[in-house]
Design a protein. Structure first.
Length: 191
């Protein structure tokens, strides 16, 4: 399979899955509603996030607009970077998969921000909220634990797009030597 086809297939498939899950949540649950999937360890919990990861927001409406435009700009650069690397034959399968995961995650959340406010009639273009639903309250941290004592170990509620981006970024961090080896080799060869 050509690497450009692989990238497109990964990105398209993950965006479709992400949007299908989000639309299912939006159309079958009320905001704040949840149900257990795996005992007390995994819940589907419908929340909306108007900011960055973990509900962090800044700058009210101007901040939301800037965040949406920044997301679009970054994903555009990533798409250009990935496909130019493929065209120059500088991207191995590993790089294609990792960057495709990150791009798919970004596109999935951009779609929410761009259109969900208009579709569900609560915000204009670029001001929509991101739908989150996966909640894993694995265990409570002891009260004496600094800063997070008394809260759950992993309190974040996230979606398929967030998972794609996170896995992609962690893969780059963990295998950064492999990810950046082409650049390092060229630098050494040119020296």
């Amino acid at each position: 399979m050509k690497k450009s086809n692989l990238a497109f297939l990964i990105i398209f498939s993950l965006v479709v899955v992400d949007q299908m899950v989000k639309v299912w949540i939006k159309t079958t649950m009320n905001l704040g509603e949840s149900f257990p999937v795996l005992g007390n360890w995994f819940y589907i919990y419908f929340v909306e996030n108007e900011g960055i990861a973990f509900g962090i927001s800044f700058g009210k409406s101007m901040g939301k607009l800037l965040l949406s435009l920044l997301r679009i700009g970054i994903v555009s650069l990533l798409i250009y970077y990935l496909f130019s690397m493929i065209k120059k034959k500088k991207a191995d399968g590993y790089v294609v998969i990792i960057l495709s995961l990150i791009i798919a995650g970004a596109i999935g959340n951009i779609i929410d921000s761009m259109f969900y406010g208009m579709i569900w009639n609560y915000a204009p273009f670029l001001y929509g909220h991101v739908v989150d639903m996966f909640y894993f309250p694995l265990f409570l941290l002891p009260e004496w634990f600094p800063v997070w004592g008394g809260s759950y170990f992993f309190p974040a509620i996230f979606n398929v797009a967030d998972a794609c981006t996170t896995v992609g970024i962690f893969a780059i961090i963990i295998w950064n030597k492999k990810f950046f080896e082409d650049k390092k080799e060229k630098t050494i060869q040119n020296a």
